[in-house]
Ligand binder design. Structure first.
Ligand SMILES: Nc1ncnc2c1ncn2[C@@H]1O[C@H](COP(=O)(O)OP(=O)(O)OP(=O)(O)O)[C@@H](O)[C@H]1O
Length: 221
């Protein structure tokens, strides 16, 4: 088991977000976590990262080397784009490597910019570059393409697919098209408290059909 939630319960304030929630991920690859707003997707990522502790139950991880794109970008405003990315990398990272990755994320020539001068979509891609370049076994991405325009998004999806290899990636998204385009498996969650509704293997040969299927399942629930 690479990631396992065993009968995890968690209350946040008045809200019982999880009650006896179980989930086992056995293989590496990209998992899309899809479900309605407010159901608890970010909470799952926060539990994996140890930012929240369960009230009951257990979470087991095969590695604690985690990199993430959080709901907010969390860039350090006094450091440049290059410094923000390189400082988090857990290994020496040269300017050329960062520049090449940013180019693959449709963002050339911003290495020495400060985060405050970037658009929301650009800052999002810096946060994504930071997570991708960081040496990690688990990649947690909470709506990583928020604010990124359609043309760049396709390119960023390809780059993410190419660079996430060898890791276990959890991608929170509201977009069935994005999940079908990128993921190996979609995990549909929902309800209050949160429950696992369905897992769906995405067939790489027919991602368009998987997107339709996911749309249908989301509307049905
Ligand atoms: N610190 C907190 N105190 C009280 N309730 C909280 C707290 N943090 C989150 N919640 C509630 O827990 C629930 C799950 O929140 P979470 O952010 O995990 O949902 P989500 O599925 O990621 O939502 P979205 O898709 O809108 O980002 C929500 O109803 C939220 O209001």
């Amino acid at each position: 088991m690479l990631v396992s939630f065993q009968k995890v319960s968690l209350r946040l304030g008045e809200k019982e977000v999880l009650r006896d929630f179980s989930l086992d991920l056995q293989n590496k690859g990209i998992y899309g976590v899809i479900g309605p707003s407010g159901c608890g997707k970010t909470t799952l990522l926060n539990l994996i990262q140890g930012f929240l502790q369960p009230d009951a139950g257990e979470i087991a991880l095969f590695s604690d080397r985690i990199s993430a794109v959080f709901q907010e970008n969390r860039l350090l405003p006094w450091y440049t784009v290059y410094q923000n990315i390189a400082l988090a990398a857990r290994r020496p990272v040269g300017r050329e490597e960062v520049e090449a990755l940013l180019r693959r994320l449709c963002m050339p020539g911003e290495l020495d910019s400060l985060p405050g001068s970037l658009s929301g979509g650009m800052a999002r891609r810096v946060a994504l570059a930071r997570a991708l370049l960081s040496e990690s076994d688990i990649l947690l991405l909470d709506e990583p393409f928020k604010g990124v325009d359609m043309a760049c998004k396709r390119q960023c999806e390809k780059t993410l697919q190419a660079l996430s290899g060898g890791r276990l990636t959890l991608l929170v998204t509201h977009d069935p098209g994005e999940a079908a385009a990128l993921c190996d498996t979609a995990i549909l969650v929902g309800g209050s408290p949160l429950r696992l509704r369905r897992t769906l293997r995405i067939d790489p040969q027919s991602r368009g059909r998987s997107a339709e299927e996911l749309r249908r399942l989301m509307l049905a629930e």
